[in-house]
Design a protein around this ligand. Structure first.
Ligand code: ISL
Ligand code: CA
Length: 562
């Protein structure tokens, strides 16, 4: 297995709007991040992934970019950004930037030109089609509700937008567009950044005919369908990724991680296999879909440990020796992992540590989402008006119109809404949690007096210090990074246990996933002479025999066996 710095790294994801406000306007900004670099360094992370900070009208909080080469006014200036990069590098940390090139903003200069007329030179930078009998060109739905098409009165055609109508999809089949993107990427790389996180990169190639999902329209009220068959891992996506790698990525010592919706391990291998020269890692969604029923994320159903185990095992085994996994359980699009997979009420500390142990002892690169390290939780705002996320707001309207009860809709927002992960970072117990001196753009989670960075730093037994220790262990034990993976006692309904192996060494990880005591029997096939307890979230007698382990609620232990 090839050694690489990005395999040995831990990444910290920053959602700038919600991290730290430096000037009292209620919006997090670059100077705010700069003021917290020592905090990140103290935690011990190696890489920061910065969510989009480019110029944007903020229809989707920066994922709608109107200028790829300038900084959003709310966040600061390019010289603030340069100060941030220098501040990270001087502390031995790296920076990866979010690359959002499946779509731009409709306020990007390319789109402003493109929509002027059908023969504008920029027309083919986007995906335009005539309507069919006064209806959109096909029946695809947008990820953010409604049709994926918007009619443009002036130039008399529809443009495709898989996300909001202010996020028109770029036409990757146009070589001129691709060249512009590669030049823009090169511009950032030449400023010294250390890589990219690529937004929905597996959606960039569409089947040119753009077929409807359900066949002919019956002329009645249109209903919309997920058109994924025609744009998920589309026909030319690997050609484009290899071209991007050849033209840009291969020229730098960087890391790349592509967000890849709906991919299987087999499909992911095509992006990340080291011999294919595309990307280093992808973010897959299988674990994030583990509590979704038919119809998608808003149809919430309880997750099962058996599913979590089988999904993780499948990815661990499939990519071993071929590509590389990214390890995450939450981000800015997901609810908080402590609320979703742990118990944020009865066992916040224990379950938070148990989940952290899982993410930091699998093969792959762990990603920490801001606030995860102090155990930030989901939030329940009383009114829909308190929510800002375009996905939530649009879904609410659509589901209400379709006859769902408001109570049911709000409940699904409480469990799955993206704003759960976007409430401002909780720095201390002062008003507004030390995030801002003004009015925050999105309300704080009211639990900030109990859960905040200041408290976490002061408590040696806190989740924060446990994360710090996990990150240190990764630096000390190569097996944590490179060891292969074997699941143990797969049929155990409460415990998730696995073995990592590298050369003569083995790592034993045992996790009680629930709030009741559990028993783990170590299979007799696991042979060793000596054991060393590396980390645990309870007091453990290091000499305790391992044949049968009685685990307390959410207990987690990691042993090195030799
Ligand atoms: O969170 C999701 C699951 O329902 C999707 O809505 C999400 O949009 C999808 O995961 C793609 O995410 C990325 O692209 C979006 C942006 O809104 C997300 O923040 C981003 O991570 C469009 O750029
Ligand atoms: Ca600000």
């Amino acid at each position: 297995m090839d050694k690489k710095w990005w395999k040995e790294s831990v990444v910290y994801q920053i959602y700038p709007r919600s991290f730290k406000d430096s000037n009292g306007d209620g919006i997090g900004d670059l100077q705010g991040i700069i003021s917290k670099l020592d905090y990140l360094n103290h935690l011990g992370v190696d890489v920061v992934w910065l969510c989009p900070v480019y110029q944007s009208p903020n229809d989707d909080n920066g994922y709608d970019i109107s200028n790829y080469q300038s900084i959003m006014d709310d966040f600061g200036t390019l010289s603030d950004w340069e100060e941030l990069l220098a501040g990270l590098h001087s502390r031995g940390m790296k920076l990866i930037m979010d690359l959002v090139v499946n779509h731009s903003s409709d306020e990007h200069a390319w789109f402003v030109e493109s929509r002027k007329s059908q023969d504008n030179p920029y027309r083919d930078y986007y995906i335009w089609r005539p309507g069919k009998d006064g209806q959109p060109p096909n029946d695809w739905g947008s990820f953010f509700s409604g049709s994926a098409w918007e009619y443009d009165e002036k130039s008399e055609e529809y443009y495709l937008h898989l996300f909001s109508r202010k996020q028109p999809d770029l036409n990757w089949d146009n070589p001129k567009l691709r060249k512009e993107i590669y030049d823009m990427m090169t511009w950032w790389l030449d400023k010294g950044i250390d890589g990219f996180r690529m937004d929905v990169i597996n959606l960039i190639s569409k089947v040119p005919e753009l077929p409807s999902v359900s066949g002919e329209s019956n002329g009645e009220q249109p209903t919309y369908h997920f058109g994924g068959d025609y744009f998920v891992n589309g026909p030319r996506v690997h050609e484009y990724m290899q071209e991007m790698n050849r033209e840009v990525l291969s020229k730098y010592d960087i890391m790349t991680v592509g967000e890849a919706v709906n991919v299987t391990p087999e499909e992911a291998s095509l992006y990340v296999s080291e011999d294919r020269n595309e990307l280093n890692m992808v973010f897959h969604f299988e674990l994030m879909d583990v509590d979704s029923g038919p119809g998608g994320k808003w149809n919430v159903q309880p997750w099962k440990l058996a599913d979590i185990k089988s999904i993780i095992s499948k990815w661990q085994v499939a990519l071993d020796g071929k590509g590389w996994n990214s390890l995450y359980m939450n981000n800015h699009d997901q609810p908080r992992m402590l609320s979703r997979f742990g118990d944020d009420k009865l066992f916040p500390k224990e379950s938070g540590k148990m989940l952290a142990t899982l993410l930091h002892t699998l093969q792959g690169t762990p990603y920490i989402y801001q606030g995860e390290e102090i155990g930030m939780t989901n939030v329940q705002f009383a009114s829909i008006d308190d929510y800002k996320d375009i996905e939530i707001v649009n879904m609410y309207k659509e589901y209400l119109a379709a006859g769902h009860s408001e109570e049911k809709i709000m409940n699904s927002i409480y469990i799955k809404g993206r704003d759960n992960g976007r409430t401002p970072m909780q720095w201390n117990s002062e008003p507004q949690a030390g995030f801002t001196t003004g009015t925050p753009w999105l309300a704080l989670n009211p639990n900030y007096k109990d859960i905040n960075v200041e408290k976490a730093l002061a408590d040696p037994d806190s989740l924060f210090h446990y994360y710090k220790k996990l990150i240190e262990l990764r630096k000390q034990h190569e097996i944590i990074v490179y060891g292969n993976y074997t699941i143990l006692a797969e049929e155990n309904e409460q415990v998730y246990a696995y073995l990592r192996a590298l050369g003569e060494e083995q790592l034993l990880v045992v996790l009680n996933f629930f709030g009741e005591p559990a028993t783990f029997e170590l299979p007799s096939t696991v042979k060793f002479q000596a054991k060393e307890l590396l980390i645990a979230n309870y007091e453990v007698n290091p000499e305790e025999e391992l044949n049968t382990i009685q685990l307390r609620p959410y207990e987690a232990r990691v042993y090195k066996l030799s």
